[in-house]
Design a protein around this ligand. Structure first.
Ligand SMILES: *Cc1c(COP(=O)(O)O)cnc(C)c1O
Length: 384
């Protein structure tokens, strides 16, 4: 327990939770403990419980405590990537014969993990439109152990009512997993809405500077948290100390970044809705978005991701991506710098031919925190 525990506002927790001053020197930022093993004071005499850095490392502990505090969970765990976190979660919760409900719009790598990896171990899955709680209920079988939700979803920015699907999960005796990567805990608190486990790609908004790959699991419940921690150590895909330190540093500015991302994205979405070359804009902040009311209810703001469809089909969409200058053409999202990409040929190439296939004329933007005026100028030029 640190002396900051009496302060509960999110912005304060982002900076202080887990960040206790170094006991040896008083350094206000947790040092990068770039170390694999720890001197024992006699056999089994561990200092602070540290034995070997796969099992625990003080820099990673600082991040894990911070993550638990921000998501309102009992246990946070940091991994080498978002997919490593997902893999650990699925192998902890599932056994052969179990069934999972997955969303019809999700990160391509998550779908690939189910379709190509987990399915080989005898786990069954079916796809549902999670924006419709009745469709989720209809997809549940007596063997369903996990319901997986991503909201807002990647890349179609679909919105799922977390509290409504949590009720379906409780009724089915299944665990509700929410991938909170697009919103971040600043904008959305899945555990408070009834989720059992939150998943993050820390690579995105949490790290926030396109300089680190990482992942996280946050468990609402102590027992589930213990099981996940056991498997994290048993499987070993942990976050290294420097990566953990970079994410911890990024998180301190998460609230101010998310406010600015949301503000710039709203301006971009508004400009696109009026642009003659754009046929459809997908942004939950727009009143015409089918999930707008739910998003307004469960999110503090609408985030920095905007997708849109371009008149002229796939070639026109690819051209827009190629012509943008300030928006860097690249995969990933959530950094301070704006990115543009063509999901069909880039991030979501792995879902072609599946129920998760995305429209060919779709462009996805990760709207950064540069000048909103400059971002609008660049996009208008790219649209021609
Ligand atoms: C990027 C991403 C992941 C995977 O995370 P990695 O850090 O790339 O392994 C999972 N979910 C969502 C929503 C993502 O955007």
């Amino acid at each position: 327990m640190s002396d900051q525990d009496s302060f509960h506002n999110f912005e304060t927790r982002a900076i202080h939770a887990g960040n206790t001053a170094d006991p040896l020197t008083g350094a206000v930022v947790p040092p990068i403990y770039q170390v694999s093993t720890y001197k024992q004071d006699g056999v089994g005499g561990l200092r602070g419980g540290y034995e070997y850095s796969r099992s625990a490392n003080p820099t990673r502990t600082a991040l894990e405590e911070n993550l638990a505090a921000l998501e309102g969970g009992r246990r946070g765990l940091a991994f080498a990537s978002g997919l490593a976190a997902e893999d650990c979660l699925l192998r902890t919760l599932l056994a052969p014969g179990d069934h999972v409900v997955i969303p019809n719009d999700a990160y391509g790598g998550t779908f690939r993990l189910f379709a190509k990896v987990v399915s080989r171990w005898g786990v069954e899955w079916s796809v549902a439109d999670t924006s419709d709680p009745a469709a989720v209920r209809a997809a549940v079988t007596p063997k369903t152990k996990v319901i997986w939700v991503e909201t807002p979803s990647n890349p179609l920015l679909g919105i799922t009512d977390i509290a409504a699907v949590a009720a379906v999960a409780r009724g089915a005796g299944a665990k509700l997993v929410v991938d909170n990567t697009f919103a971040s805990p600043y904008l959305q608190q899945p555990i408070a809405l009834g989720a059992d486990i939150v998943v993050h790609s820390l690579t995105k908004y949490m790290g926030g500077h396109s300089d680190v790959v990482g992942g996280a699991l946050i468990a609402a419940d102590e027992t589930v948290g213990e099981e996940l921690a056991y498997h994290q150590n048993a499987m070993g895909a942990v976050a290294g100390p420097f990566d953990a330190w970079l994410v911890l540093r990024g998180i301190k500015t998460l609230p101010v970044r998310m406010d600015r991302h949301s503000e710039n994205a709203a301006r971009v979405a508004e400009m696109l809705t009026e642009h003659p070359k754009v046929t459809r804009v997908l942004y939950p902040g727009l009143p015409e978005h089918p999930g707008h009311e739910t998003a307004a209810k469960q999110m503090k703001a609408f985030g920095g991701m905007v997708s849109f469809q371009v008149a002229g089909g796939e070639e026109a969409a690819v051209e827009v991506c190629n012509r943008a200058k300030l928006f860097t053409l690249g995969e990933s999202l959530g950094g301070v710098e704006s990115l543009i990409e063509h999901p069909g040929r880039m991030t979501h190439a792995s879902v072609v031919g599946s129920a998760l296939e995305v429209p060919a004329d779709l462009v996805r933007l990760s709207v950064g925190i540069e000048s909103g005026d400059d971002l609008l100028t660049d996009l208008k030029r790219a649209l021609g």
